[in-house]
Design a protein around this ligand. Structure first.
Ligand code: AMP
Ligand code: MG
Length: 273
């Protein structure tokens, strides 16, 4: 599957060299079938995560305007039991948020044991939009890489599985999506003139993303670059990557459920004596 994962700090990230389109040979129909199977497996894994309550999952979605953050949430989170999922969207900081450190608003949405948090944008905006538009002094935002790194290490040490996705669309596809939305009276509400202003800074964002991915990639908090020009392929890649990660926890979660089950049975047997 064409996706590029970064699991180690300091790797070279050249977004221009990573495809935005699905690989040849995979069809939409085939992808839909695989997605459905993955969705069922994800649901089953979520049940074990929920019961075992030793881990949690933080899914960070980043990408340019129209890259498909909302669509990914709709489709991938749609496979999950809503009881155990929280979606948090991070926009322009409120006056209150501005009076705190940049992680304050993010940390409150970190998932509880047993649950998923899906981030529509995230703490990474503070080294992306903030850098591109000079919203904080250089020496301040540059320190944030280290803070982010420490934050994600803290989460991982306490049981959070951190997965970070960059939804990678081409400049051409973005233009097409912006114009399509503009032409559809029921979709135009999603747009703002700002989307075009941001598009003008394409290369600055590329540089900001490449640095953020390179500096904050870690084995416990990998970045996955997702070819996102085709929505059906993007959904498949994200679902597959989450499932492949969680599969590694299936055995320990099931063991924990068995332990809990034995304890519950013993307590009931005690009561009956
Ligand atoms: P949307 O995702 O379309 O709802 O837009 C949210 C907007 O909030 C985007 O333009 C982001 O760049 C902006 N945003 C998110 N986080 C920050 C931040 N920390 N500082 C400034 N702008 C931000
Ligand atoms: Mg927007």
């Amino acid at each position: 599957m064409a996706r590029t994962e970064f699991r180690k700090r300091g790797g070279r990230v050249s977004l221009d060299k990573i495809p935005t389109e699905p690989p040849k040979g995979i069809t939409k129909k085939n992808a839909r079938e695989r997605f459905a199977a993955l969705g069922e497996e994800l649901f089953e894994l979520q049940d074990a995560l929920w019961g075992a309550k030793v881990n949690s999952v933080m899914v960070v979605l980043q990408g340019r305007d129209t890259a498909g953050k909302d669509g990914t949430i709709k489709h991938v989170a749609g496979c999950l039991n809503p009881r155990g999922v929280q979606v948090a969207s991070f926009g322009v900081p409120t006056p209150e948020e501005r009076q705190h450190d940049f992680l304050w608003r993010v940390h409150r949405h970190a998932p509880r044991h047993g649950e998923f948090s899906i981030f529509n944008r995230s703490h990474y905006e503070d080294v992306l939009v903030v850098r591109v538009h000079g919203l904080a002094p250089n020496d301040l935002w540059k320190q944030r890489y280290a803070h982010i790194e420490a934050f994600e290490r803290l989460l991982a040490a306490e049981g959070t599985i951190v997965l970070k996705y960059f939804l990678h669309i081409s400049r051409k596809e973005q233009k097409k999506r912006l114009l399509e939305r503009e032409g559809d009276v029921h979709a135009a509400w999603k747009l703002s003139a700002n989307d075009w202003r941001e598009r003008d800074r394409w290369d600055d964002y590329t540089a900001a993303y490449e640095d953020a991915i390179s500096v904050t990639a870690a084995p416990h908090a990998p970045w996955i670059v997702v070819p996102a020009d085709a929505k059906w392929y993007r959904n498949l890649v994200v679902a597959q990557s989450i499932v492949e990660t969680l599969r590694q926890y299936r055995k320990p979660w099931k063991r924990r459920l068995e332990d809990m089950g034995r304890q519950a049975r013993a307590a009931i047997a005690d009561y009956r004596r």
